[in-house]
Design a binder for this molecule. Sequence first.
Ligand SMILES: [Zn+2]
Length: 228
Amino acid sequence: MTGQPSTPGERGTHRELREHVAALHAELTRYQLVTWTAGNVSARVPGENLFVIKGSGVVYDELTWEGITVCDLDGGVVDGVRAPSSDTAAHAYVYRSMPEVHGQVHTHSPYAAAWAARGEEIPCVLTAMADEFGGPIPVGPFALIGDDSIGQGVVTTLKGSRSPAVLMQNHGVFTIGPSAKAAVKAAVMTEDVARTVHLSRQLGKPTPIAQADIDSLYARYQNVYGQR
Ligand SMILES: [Zn+2]
């Protein structure tokens, strides 16, 4: 997955990783996490100060490796035919700040974005949440697109949290992972639990899980599946 070494300005570098990331975008549409051109997946280039990310305004059905742009960790374009996603500055900030992160996903998936619009964390009331998130899915600050603000909010919220997902206030979901695939899984699971906990709220008051049980579930799951 490492692709060829980069040569700045030369199209077609890192093709294997760009194909992998292009293919992962199909999971966002498969699970109905995105509409039109919104949302994106990125992946760090192993061993280089680079990452690859969806191009701006690329339609999902037409996304191939050429729709994935190679950027440096300041968000500058190194290779590609498309301008990178408008969320590139946020992804770049996270890669600069969290060396353990090798993949990121951003969506406006509807149930999770509904929680973000209310600015309320999703409480840990399902064993699947304890497994995957190790607690509630937290809310990050309101931030405008265009500079480091979103990235700072993601990093501030997720550093020291077990959760690989944050609901950015009034915006949507940002997830991180040790791989792009892991970040995609976290985005899929975030929407899944956002929907289920919402449905539970319609029926009454969800019952919290004791912290000791959350800790035990999380430790077991992370030990078995090695998520982070
Ligand atoms: Zn967005």
